[in-house]
Design a protein. Structure first.
Length: 351
């Protein structure tokens, strides 16, 4: 994919353009690996029917701690950037950065924050707890199709054969992953698996909405300059943190503090810190940067890599076997990314 991106940088483009393309694809690859690690780690949350109430409590607390940790890390980085640039005036616009202007920008920021940082992260944990980490990776293959359809429907991109082929290959990799996934036995297990799958589908839709809703914020308008990526993800995480804290507070009000935190232990805490710092602050900052450089379809198609990447990590970390179907899934996922990047890299800087 890196070679494809570089090959389509014609001689008129600068070295900075070439570096930006490679950096954007590298950021997407890094987020794919770390999200796949999280898919495997989040299987540690208990998900039997007798402990379903415990699972819900753990998920709500984990999301609140995760979002709070991510917001703290992003705010620290934001203030560090202000200090380094000697800007002592707080949250103000500069010559190179835009600020939210009007209800439209604030609505888009709320959608960005509530879509992926809050709901997609919450749905990921629920899906992993009820249906397994492999199912999370599998359903991520739906995100390229959803994201491409949303992007085309709002006019950000135009349909093409390369995009169609890339989405079909990404979907095929997901179908193969479903075929190789173990079936759930038992009536209760089937209900839990179905509920987890529904959350997984909603997770893919939220991820697609994250990229599409953010795109107008990264573009300059008549009333403001293009917003800085750090500012976007910081405000978005403020909305996500408020939502997760409200949910956790409601749970404490209903069940009581002691009952809510009765099953919370040190392992849950370090998992929350990992999710907040790596899967939250770092990954969503990288995704925001990549979305600024690349089209929506080129960003979201990397979701097709999560099933094979999750399988590889599970193989090395937990000894789970790799099958011929798994290798075919990896091949189709990589081909889908190349198919989209081959065409999209020619117009990534057209705008």
């Amino acid at each position: 994919t890196f070679l494809v991106a570089c090959a389509h940088c014609d001689q008129g483009n600068t070295l900075m353009t070439r570096r930006a393309l490679v950096a954007a694809h590298s950021a997407l690859l890094a987020t794919t690996v770390t999200f796949s690690c999280w898919n495997v780690l989040s299987e540690g949350i208990q998900s039997t029917s007798a402990q379903l109430d415990v699972t819900i409590r753990q998920v709500m607390i984990l999301c609140a701690v995760k979002d709070g940790t991510a917001l703290f890390a992003l705010a620290a980085c934001w203030f560090a950037m202000i200090f380094m640039s000697r800007n002592r005036q707080g949250f103000v616009c500069t010559e190179n950065k835009g600020c939210p202007n009007g209800w439209r920008d604030w609505t888009l920021l709320a959608i960005v924050g509530l879509a992926a940082p809050f709901f997609a992260s919450l749905a990921t944990v629920v899906c992993a707890a009820l249906a397994g980490g492999d199912t999370v990776g599998i359903l991520n293959a739906l995100a390229p199709a959803m994201g491409s359809m949303l992007s085309i429907s709002v006019g950000f991109e135009k349909p093409s054969w390369c995009l169609t082929v890339g989405v079909i290959l990404a979907g095929a990799s997901g179908v193969l992953a479903v075929i190789r996934s173990p079936s759930k036995s038992g009536h209760t297990a089937q209900h839990s698996y179905l509920l987890g799958t529904l959350f997984g589908v909603a997770m893919s839709l939220a991820q697609a909405l994250f990229f599409v809703a953010m795109k107008p914020l990264l573009q300059e308008t008549s009333s403001r300059k293009a917003m800085d990526t750090t500012t976007i993800i910081l405000i978005a995480y403020a909305f996500a943190t408020m939502a997760s804290l409200l949910g956790c507070s409601a749970l404490v009000a209903i069940q009581g503090f002691g009952t809510t935190f009765s099953s919370w232990d040190a392992q849950d805490m370090w998992m929350s810190c990992y999710a907040g710092l790596i899967c939250g602050a770092m990954n969503y900052s990288l995704l925001t940067y990549a979305n600024k450089i690349l089209p929506v379809s080129a960003c979201i198609v990397y979701g097709a890599l999560q099933p094979p990447c999750t399988g590889l990590i599970a193989y090395f970390a937990k000894g789970e076997a790799l099958t011929s179907t798994g290798y075919a899934t990896m091949f189709l996922a990589v081909c889908s990314i190349v198919a989209v990047a081959w065409e999209r890299s020619q117009v990534e800087y057209a705008a």
